[in-house]
Design a protein around this ligand. Structure first.
Ligand code: GUN
Length: 302
């Protein structure tokens, strides 16, 4: 019998898109459509797919988008020049520089060069600081913000929960910790941030009411690492070799889904869990950026 413990990220993302569509229509009447600029450097296959999906969502909801594709050997100086132009362009409210960037470019320097008011990725140090301080005026990174929204809209008890996050990256693990530890009814979790040097990892995982896997290791989370009834969120997108597939590979998450699903209280499918939420939060952040540009209070959106 099919288990019905899936958290449907596509359906929840669609709800958020409908809310965003309303905000975009209102903005169009008042001050013009929100505009989002994408910057991709090189031809990383995953980045091509992600940027194309984000562009499509923009167009579907009626936001303006423009995409700048730079060559793999672009210098940091050239990229910073483009970001400076986008920072100054009044029709551009949000800027997204897709990571990873080629090795000659320092990611931290690039993220810090995006205007904090256009930083729809939430990667600028000012927005990272605001997130940690619990200042809702900044931008939260899209993937952890999307996971938070998934948990809230799935009526999962976060306050007082033991949350274990696997992976301490700047895009997911660290900001996820900052979101869930805030003193707020929708947070208030006890968060453990585990990583490659964590001792007794399995014992940490077995304590979790909510287990978030974001370390980028294919099917790492096995059934014996999950407490029965726990909520399991799989952030991983890993390409593994598969000679039986047409293109020689397939995508798997950080969770061994078929083994873990019967034990989990709720679990995100992959695809169809976290991914659509990342895009929904990007569009929401873009609307927030456009509202910010008009000088209105962002809390009118929340
Ligand atoms: N690469 C993987 N995730 C992300 C993201 O959320 N934003 C950007 N800019 N790059 C990414």
């Amino acid at each position: 019998m099919a288990l019905d413990n899936l958290i449907d990220g596509r359906a929840i993302a669609d709800q958020i898109h409908e809310e965003t569509r309303g905000h975009i229509s209102a903005l169009k009447e008042k001050s013009g459509p929100p505009g989002l600029a994408f910057v991709r450097v090189g031809e990383d296959p995953a980045s091509r797919v992600y940027v194309a999906m984000k562009e499509k969502a923009c167009n579907r909801l009626g936001a303006h988008s423009q995409t700048h594709i730079l060559k793999e050997d672009t210098t940091e100086k050239e990229l910073l020049k483009l970001i400076g132009e986008l920072n100054a362009a009044p029709s551009v409210h949000g800027i997204l520089v897709q990571a990873p960037l080629p090795e000659q470019i320092n990611e931290a320097t690039v993220f810090a060069s995006v205007s904090p008011n256009k930083d729809v990725d939430g990667f600028h140090p000012l927005n990272v600081g605001k997130l940690l301080l619990g200042d809702s005026d900044g931008f939260s990174p899209c993937t952890p913000a999307g996971i938070h929204e998934l948990l809230i809209r799935s009526n999962i008890q976060i306050s007082g929960a033991e949350v274990v996050i696997l992976g301490r990256g700047n895009i997911v693990g660290k900001p996820m910790t900052a979101i869930l530890c805030q003193k707020q009814d929708s947070a208030n979790a006890t968060v453990s941030l585990c990583h490659s040097r964590t001792r007794n990892l399995k014992e940490h995982c077995l304590r979790a009411n909510i287990l978030i896997a974001a370390m980028g290791v294919p099917e790492f989370v096995k059934a014996d690492m999950v407490k029965p009834g726990a909520v399991v969120i799989d952030v991983g997108v890993n390409r593994i070799a598969d000679p039986t597939s047409k293109n020689g590979h397939r995508l798997v998450g950080d969770v061994d889904f078929s083994a873990v699903q019967p034990i989990a209280g709720k679990i995100t499918p992959n695809p169809g869990g976290v991914g659509p939420m990342t895009i929904a939060m990007l569009l929401r952040n873009t609307v927030r950026a456009a509202i910010k540009a008009t000088g209105q209070d962002l809390n009118t959106l929340n």
